[in-house]
Design a protein around this ligand. Sequence first.
Ligand code: ADP
Length: 331
Amino acid sequence: MQTRQMKTILVKLLRWLTHPIFVFVALQIVWLTMIILWVVWFMSQQETLSKLSSIIGSTSTINPTTGIFTLVIGCVLLGIFLVGTVVLFVFTQIQSSLISQQKSFVSSVTHELRSPLSSLQLSFETLQRHQLPVTVRDKIFSMVEKDLERLSQLVERILIAGRLDRGIIDYKNQQDEIPLREIIQHVADQQRHMDESLSQRLKIDCSPDLVIGASRLALTIVLGNLLENAVKYSPAGAPIRVQVTIQEYELWISVEDAGIGLTSSEQRKIFRMFHRSPRAQKAAVPGTGLGLYIVKSIVNSMGGRIWVQSEGVGKGSRFTFALSRECILAS
Ligand code: ADP
């Protein structure tokens, strides 16, 4: 038992010691110390060096002003070199994390494409080869509908993420008159393919008289993604709550679940493009890591902001997005 523990500690230590950030920082410390030691040694030995030069009969002497000037220039150049290496290092770190995120995105998308496609193929073959009773045919048709919905949602998400990334879409100036409670209910109905019992577990706290001016499409995508995640990342039957509150300057819309929750480190990363938490991947929850990136970009393009709160693993999550209070047309 003890040797196993030692082994894991050693492996962890080795991984830590060979981590690029550690190696980079250690190298910077090593060469900075080396330069400082050299300079200190040179300054302290100046007298000896002068004596040595007079012994060997050299006529040139070291001018202290020139010496200090050279030292200052040397320090400035070293500073520039240091800043340059830090910039290059940060750049390569960003690139490598992007590459690994893209790899995980490709594998998620491949998986997301493969499962509905295989299911569609199976349904098609079953319908083609067998004479089936109407009830069974209807069941297969509804499965086909779900798979097609899943595929079109995936393609739609990739397209929207690309457009948002290039700054092509701007939802700020799109103003539809939206009865908020109605649209929340409508989005929840659209999400019923994820969970038939959604209407029983969902509670909507929103005045039926509240009407806002905003892009209907944007609001549908944002609410759809947040509700979908609330279903995906919480146990079947656990309550989900959508709450709308009017604050002093803003309108807050939050989606709260009693699911797997988020650690503070996960909370910092989940809005990044392609980011999926290892817990979600381990639990084989389907996804691409695009949903929250799209949600955040859309909310920003509506002039709003979004944040998440969670007490930690297993304690549920609450996603809130805020729009300017000026969007309220009636309440
Ligand atoms: P996807 O769900 O496709 O992985 P998202 O961008 O929607 O991508 O979410 C990113 C990550 O944030 C998820 O992989 C998951 O780890 C985490 N997450 C999102 N919503 C929730 C939630 N309601 N509860 C817990 N974790 C969540």
